[in-house]
Design a protein around this ligand. Structure first.
Ligand SMILES: Cc1cc2nc3c(=O)[nH]c(=O)nc-3n(C[C@H](O)[C@H](O)[C@H](O)COP(=O)(O)OP(=O)(O)OC[C@H]3O[C@@H](n4cnc5c(N)ncnc54)[C@H](O)[C@@H]3O)c2cc1C
Length: 490
């Protein structure tokens, strides 16, 4: 087997695979090394279920509605900016919602160009070709903001750094309609809608127009398509083999050591695992003290759990038609309720009223309700705690779907601890590192490490901890590959 490549990618999560495809397409010899037996990392059927952005080629998707469930039975049916009650009656806040939603999507479109390239920076000066290109990219963004018009530009700049709580409740009364947007703003993050930067995270998620898509064949098919794309471009993907060490010789990356004792040589190594793990693999002594201190202090407290409930039949939700049950179902009854569910997490406790996102997957086998629960503790999951949390999620659903509990045949709970053990994601965190204002854009994952280059010459980050963060987008992987090509290290 070949032991010399231009580039080694650590981890066949979808970002590692996206990076490999982009580099192989540019003629680089690439080997992706994955510790587990399967590709996809967190983009797998047991964890992720929906796409907010275009799927890789070869995967069919279906856009689905969102139903934000109301404890009083006045459920709201939402598709992009349109909202009405599931009964078909108009919602009194539909117009205010539509105006706000359209504005957010318009602004999010501006962030799109920021997300699909390394974060802006003029460290190379403006006298080189690269510097001039960067300047023109920044100018384009500026023109985009200016084109909004004076009033909209002011509004964009005003809300950019605010919190979702204030923004939403300034525009409409509290309830399941703004509750849905509040839940979307914080899903996967250790934050509540009152936390700073939550409007920016919401806009990131809306940057492809705000649709919610169910991939045919589940997230496993999405991961398979990323792997197929990398292989088709000429990259090798080796599973069941962990990287134990990044070899550094003369202050430059020289390759990796593998869990079977083998060695692969390369002048560039892209790591899709967390910054601290990557540092440990390369050897802490290779980094500045300040860089190590910052990486140690990164906030990456996982707070999302996944519960896969295998059902003996299709559940009936009061007030929902059979078609509406197949929408994305949210339990986020109000913005204040989403904030309240975050409070216990700050002290390592379970939420009393968990915020849930649920999708019924009814392929060929028995139905499964795929449930993402927010604001759960990162650690200390005893058997009792696992059981009581599972019971509280089932009870919460039972309130909307009487008899639901009796349909549950099997419950597969994955806590942040489990997710971390399964994929290596720091803290089991959805984004590998919190999406706070201090860990975004030119400071993602942290100050001085924002352009994928990671301390040692030839070493790069290419996973969710890098700009623009998590979700199944492939953007950090592609951007990192672009940086490697621009640096000419491989
Ligand atoms: C419960 C949950 C539900 C989610 N649901 C959604 C969703 O519905 N939609 C969405 O868009 N996003 C969702 N996400 C977020 C999304 O899955 C992640 O942000 C994204 O998959 C991260 O991809 P990645 O490639 O950067 O990292 P990862 O997927 O974490 O991949 C890293 C890979 O590196 C491998 N690895 C680790 N260490 C080594 C080593 N030493 N050697 C070799 N390989 C190694 C791991 O095994 C893994 O395969 C969810 C996340 C969670 C936790």
């Amino acid at each position: 087997m070949n032991a010399r490549f231009d580039v080694i990618v650590i981890g066949a999560g979808h970002n590692g695979l996206a990076a490999a495809e982009a580099l192989a397409k540019r003629g680089k010899s690439v080997c992706v090394v994955e510790q587990s037996d399967a590709v996809g990392g967190m983009a797998c059927d047991r964890l992720a279920h929906l796409l907010y952005n275009p799927a890789p080629s070869g995967v069919e998707t279906r856009e689905i509605d969102t139903v934000s469930l109301s404890p009083e039975g006045a459920h709201v049916l939402i598709r992009r900016g349109e909202a009405r009650f599931t009964s078909g009656k108009p919602h009194p806040d539909a117009a205010a919602y539509q105006t706000l939603y359209r504005r957010l999507v318009r602004y999010a479109g501006l962030l799109h160009q920021l997300a699909e390239a390394p974060p802006p920076g003029l460290e190379q000066g403006v006298t080189s070709l690269a510097g001039l290109r960067e300047l023109s990219r920044l100018a384009k963004l500026g023109v985009g903001v200016k084109r909004l018009g004076k009033a909209e530009m002011r509004e964009f700049l005003r809300i950019l750094l605010t919190n979702a709580y204030d923004l939403l409740l300034d525009e409409m009364p509290d309830g399941p309609l703004p509750g849905a947007l509040a839940a979307d703003a914080v899903r996967g993050a250790f934050s509540g809608p009152r936390s700073p930067g939550t409007v920016l995270s919401l806009m990131y998620r809306l940057r492809h127009g705000g649709g919610v898509f169910l991939p045919a064949g589940g997230m496993g098919a999405v991961a398979g398509a990323y792997a197929e794309g990398a292989r088709r471009a000429g990259a090798e993907v080796r599973c069941g083999l962990g990287v134990t060490r990044v070899i550094v010789e003369g202050d430059k990356v020289a390759g990796v050591l593998l869990s079977d004792g083998g060695r692969l040589d390369a002048s560039a190594v892209l790591s899709s695992v967390g910054p601290m793990q990557t540092m440990r693999m390369a050897g802490i002594a290779e980094f500045d003290i300040e860089a190590v201190r910052r990486a140690r202090k990164l906030r990456a407290k996982g707070s999302t759990a996944k519960l896969n409930l295998r059902l003996g039949g299709v559940p009936e939700f009061t007030g929902l038609s059979a078609a509406q049950v197949k929408a994305r179902l949210l339990v986020a009854p109000s913005v204040a309720g989403v904030e309240r569910s975050f409070n216990p997490a700050k002290y390592g406790d379970l939420p009393k009223q968990p915020v849930l996102e649920m999708v019924l997957t009814d392929g060929t086998g028995p139905s499964t309700l795929s449930v993402i629960a927010g604001h759960v503790p990162e650690t200390s999951w005893t058997t009792d705690r696992r059981e009581s949390f599972t019971a509280s999620v089932v009870e919460t659903i039972e309130r909307f779907a009487p008899g639901f509990g009796s349909l549950v045949e099997e419950a597969d709970l994955l806590t942040p601890e489990d997710i971390s053990a399964m994929t290596g994601a720091p803290g089991g965190h959805w984004h590998h590192a919190e999406m706070g204002l201090d860990q975004m854009l030119t400071t993602r994952p942290t100050v001085g490490m924002a352009r994928y280059r990671f301390g040692v010459a030839g070493l790069y980050l290419c996973g969710a901890s890098a700009h623009p963060g998590g979700d199944v987008t492939g953007a950090p992987g592609r951007n990192s590959a672009a940086q490697v090509l621009a640096d000419g290290v491989a």
